[in-house]
Design a protein around this ligand. Structure first.
Ligand code: SAH
Length: 295
């Protein structure tokens, strides 16, 4: 009688197998990849993977793991394989064709929440615009964490907006976030207290040099920010002035080395209280400014 693979492979054996396969294929961080796959497959936390290490995988779980490992060889990002990722403590669905939310962007969310909490309370529900919402990660995280806000989230990608809606629904904020398929700003020209964005910011000429995982799998319209990467920042900073309430805030994520330039553009456009916030690696990542009463 032949023994099934399932009977042979315990969680521990599966972890070692997947890690070795991924390492041999040169995939960075093979252990984390293997563990994330198993967590997702068995719906276990990382600690539980170790607690239940003698548990066996079923035949179908085994097949799925084999498939993920194979697909990962091609460089397809782990998040696309698993179909979701963590963002600001929330579970966010991701899918091919839509930008994967990054940990750096959690800084942007954190800074907006902090700035809003320190600001004078507006006389109406706080109104936030999230430009280029992608999976909806920023809009959903802000809505979950800032009660009493009305959020409009825009994108030019229909698949992104469909996914963003699903993320709003599964995180319980669908009635507080409105989505619009438009070029940056909603056509209604309504006013906002906060305009936040993580727009495309890679300079066009460096796209070919990106990690293949990003370059070959993520949508280029989510990456390409024009000749110096700042096309979108310039447009947003310029146009946001007309839509922000008098004490309104603009908060933008930037790429490495772009923060000073973006702060200078804000200053030249007449914004006040510009500040740069760094990420955990010490890279200027978020630039925030206030429209100011003279705007
Ligand atoms: N905010 C998300 C996605 C960032 S990627 C996150 O932080 O994870 C940038 C997003 O901007 C993509 O979803 C892309 O489709 C969108 N985008 C590109 N050009 C745009 C435009 N002209 N107007 C609105 N959104 C745009």
């Amino acid at each position: 009688m032949t023994t099934t693979r399932a009977a042979l492979r315990t969680l521990t054996a599966a972890r070692v197998w997947a890690r070795e396969k991924l390492a041999a294929a040169g995939i960075p961080d093979p252990l984390t990849n293997a563990e994330r796959m198993l967590e997702c497959l068995l719906d276990l936390s990382r600690v539980e993977l170790y607690l239940f290490r003698q548990q066996g995988l079923t035949e179908s779980q085994q097949t799925q793991l084999d498939q993920w490992v194979q697909e990962r060889f091609s460089g397809k990002p782990l998040q696309y394989l698993l179909g979701h990722t963590g963002f600001y403590g929330l579970d966010i669905l991701v899918e091919e064709g839509v930008f994967i939310p990054r940990p750096e962007t959690e800084r942007l969310v954190e800074e907006v929440i902090r700035s809003v909490s320190e600001s004078p309370v507006p006389s109406h529900p706080l109104r936030i615009l999230d430009i280029g919402t992608g999976s909806g990660a920023i809009a959903v995280a802000l809505s979950v964490n800032l009660s009493g806000t009305e959020i409009v989230a825009t994108d030019v990608s229909e698949p992104a907006l469909l996914l963003a809606r699903k993320n709003a629904t599964r995180n319980g904020v669908a009635d507080r976030v409105r989505f619009a398929l438009v070029d940056l700003f909603p056509a209604t020209r309504e006013a906002f207290d906060v305009i936040v964005s993580n727009p495309p910011y890679i300079s066009s000429s460096t796209i070919p040099n990106l990690m293949p995982e990003v370059r070959d799998f993520e949508p280029h319209e989510a990456l390409d920010g024009g000749p110096d990467g700042l096309n979108y920042h310039r447009r947003i900073i310029e146009e946001a002035k007309d839509l922000l309430t008098p004490e309104g805030l603009v908060a933008l994520e930037v790429g490495e080395g772009q923060a000073e330039m973006v702060a200078a553009i804000m200053q030249k456009t007449g914004y006040q209280d510009n500040r740069i916030e760094k990420d955990l690696c010490g890279v200027g990542r978020v630039v925030i400014a206030r429209k100011g009463s003279h705007g």
